[in-house]
Write a protein that binds this ligand. Sequence first.
Ligand SMILES: CC(C)(COP(=O)(O)OP(=O)(O)OC[C@H]1O[C@@H](n2cnc3c(N)ncnc32)[C@H](O)[C@@H]1OP(=O)(O)O)[C@@H](O)C(=O)NCCC(=O)NCCS
Length: 183
Amino acid sequence: MGSEGQTERLILRPLEMADARQMQALFPQWEIVRFLLNRVPWPYPPDGALLYCRDIALPQAARGEAWHWTIRLATEPSQMIGLISLFKGAWDNRKFWLGLPWHGLGMMSEACVWANDFWFDNLGFPILRVAKAVSNYPSRRISVKQGMRVVTVVERDYVSGPFQAEVWELTADEWRAWKNRGD
Ligand SMILES: CC(C)(COP(=O)(O)OP(=O)(O)OC[C@H]1O[C@@H](n2cnc3c(N)ncnc32)[C@H](O)[C@@H]1OP(=O)(O)O)[C@@H](O)C(=O)NCCC(=O)NCCS
């Protein structure tokens, strides 16, 4: 299980079953799901978030395979605004989505700095890899801005269809250098 975290504006709280209700209200939006892998059911069923938390995310966390945090504003901690997750494995080590009202405010960039620190410093993994659709501009920008490199391009099946995906990589040393950069 992950521990609770805090950034300048955000609280990162380990996912619980009780979060399914707010997740169900925020998540099923085309702008959120279109560049997620097509294992996300679409149209999203009314119990989609409950099934995701109960049968997928929380069991992964219990097995020590993944760490999931709801994202909350420090000013309004009772309201979940998104989710960020870390996963063991070769690819897809970090995934995230944010509710539409909070897009474009730098929230996920801020959450990713915290999650990257957790990945490298708390969990001690040497490399973080994430695959993302080339057309997913906001997500791509987060990788560009935070010092990641593209290592390969593959085709993947997203909710909106097959698209080219770039696999981005970041080593622990690169991350520490990025954090100590002087700009
Ligand atoms: C990807 C996502 C989490 C980004 O969250 P966010 O908090 O809005 O991102 P940030 O505000 O930190 O911004 C990241 C970059 O995207 C840009 N951006 C954010 N929303 C944008 C939008 N709607 N249109 C164009 N650019 C956008 C920001 O301007 C920033 O780029 P910049 O530094 O060049 O200005 C959010 O768009 C989302 O939930 N998307 C759907 C789920 C998804 O695709 N997850 C990732 C799968 S790989």
